[in-house]
Ligand binder design. Structure first.
Ligand code: AMP
Ligand code: MG
Length: 193
């Protein structure tokens, strides 16, 4: 069997004026991850909220966007502990990780610089599944909802919740050429798509 793909989606602290800050000013507040076969069969799932430490109080905007409440994060592990939980769940299973776009890769890289977790998960190679999907379908509508709609699918669950976003990205795997995924693994993360 081909190695699994860990489809991951992060939520982070945010504010209305998105254009005025970078990932270096934000902190992860949810990690959602679905372990799936390249054909899209879900094998296992992991999800946790994460407690931000620099900006511990979520903005109203952030709660409205993500539906993640102050209480959700107040009771959650901090980033390094959450990454240990992720590692425990992965439990040395091989495979790459993928996300819809490069945002999640960049958010992880920034968190690791500020709050090093030294976790095993960070050693996995990343693939931008949005790019692989675009290369497969030759279609430019690349929002998650519109990609699903392209295949006649509706988003299931709550958009901008990490675990639901990850589940919905995994639903697109059957429509992505696995060779395009393999070709994109570990590609330079310089583009922001
Ligand atoms: P997503 O996976 O699309 O839910 O987005 C991940 C994170 O990006 C969110 O948790 C926010 O921190 C940020 N984000 C997404 N959309 C917006 C937006 N419209 N305005 C500000 N931040 C956003
Ligand atoms: Mg999301």
């Amino acid at each position: 069997m081909a190695r699994p793909i860990f489809v991951l989606d992060l939520e982070a602290t945010c504010w209305e004026d998105r254009g005025h800050y970078t990932v270096d000013a934000t902190e992860i507040i949810e990690i959602g991850c679905v372990m799936a076969t390249p054909a899209g069969e879900v094998l296992d799932e992991f999800g946790t909220f994460v407690r931000p430490v620099n900006d511990p109080v979520l903005s109203e905007f952030c709660t409205r966007l993500t539906s993640i409440t102050q209480q959700d994060v107040d009771q959650a592990p901090v980033y390094q502990d959450a990454m240990r939980l992720l590692d425990d769940w992965v439990s040395h299973r091989g495979g790459i990780w993928g996300s819809w776009g490069n945002y999640d890769f960049r958010e992880f890289a920034s968190m690791e610089q500020r709050y090093p977790s030294h976790c095993e998960f960070q050693k996995k190679l990343h693939v931008n599944l949005k790019k692989s999907w675009r290369q497969t379908t030759r279609h430019s509508r690349t929002g998650l909802r519109s990609a699903l709609a392209f295949h006649g699918l509706a988003f299931e669950g709550t958009h901008h919740r990490g675990i639901d976003d990850a589940r919905n990205v995994a639903r697109l795997l059957p429509f992505i050429d696995y060779h395009k995924i393999l070709a994109g693994v570990g590609a330079l993360q310089s583009d922001n798509s």
